[in-house]
Write a protein that binds this ligand. Structure first.
Ligand SMILES: CC(C)(COP(=O)(O)OP(=O)(O)OC[C@H]1O[C@@H](n2cnc3c(N)ncnc32)[C@H](O)[C@@H]1OP(=O)(O)O)[C@@H](O)C(=O)NCCC(=O)NCCS
Length: 147
């Protein structure tokens, strides 16, 4: 199930964040600030463990303009379609003109994921991560023409 983030999810999110972005994890205050800025665009994927719908498997945060601020899935839960479901939810946002993100040049897994989801590389920001370039990637909804 995908639902909005609540503050009681914070510790689980911080753990996933540290495991997923060990070089530059967001801290507790950053998540609290992002939640207050974008309460409707901070979503968590929950699933069942021991019959209880409680475990958080991943999350996505994006701005109303379509900038993906963070997307991560628990390492043991990857390649099961969770990232795809979270991203699809963002793609279904009404009136969205595009989704954009930055990905480390070395992050080949995320590049393959975004490419599979229809994103294209639209630019490079040298040394965006200090000593590593960012690839700027973008997805635009396909326009459906009515006759
Ligand atoms: C990127 C990430 C969110 C993908 O989440 P996920 O739940 O594992 O992705 P999915 O299972 O939905 O993958 C959908 C498709 O994307 C592609 N894909 C996903 N991860 C891939 C990888 N590591 N290598 C190659 N292709 C990959 C595959 O085509 C996959 O379909 P398949 O498993 O049927 O072949 C996850 O790997 C992650 O949290 N990475 C660390 C954080 C990160 O890099 N975030 C993105 C930068 S903002």
């Amino acid at each position: 199930m995908i639902r909005p983030f609540s503050l009681s999810d914070l510790n689980a999110i911080l753990k996933i964040e540290r495991e997923s972005f060990p070089k530059s994890p967001y801290d507790r205050m950053t998540f609290i600030r992002l939640h207050s800025l974008y309460p409707e665009h901070f979503l968590v994927y929950t699933g069942t463990t021991d019959g209880r719908e409680d475990r958080i498997w991943g999350y996505i945060i994006f701005s109303p303009e379509g900038h993906i601020i963070s997307l991560a899935v628990v390492p043991s839960g990857r390649r099961k379609g969770i990232g795809r479901e979270l991203l699809r939810k963002a793609m279904e946002t009404p009136h969205l003109k595009r989704l954009q993100a930055e990905v480390r040049r070395s992050n080949l897994g995320a590049q393959a994921f975004y490419s599979r989801m229809g994103f294209r590389i639209v630019g490079v920001v040298p040394n965006y991560y200090g000593n590593e370039d960012a690839l700027m990637i973008q997805w635009t909804p396909s326009v459906r023409k009515s006759h």
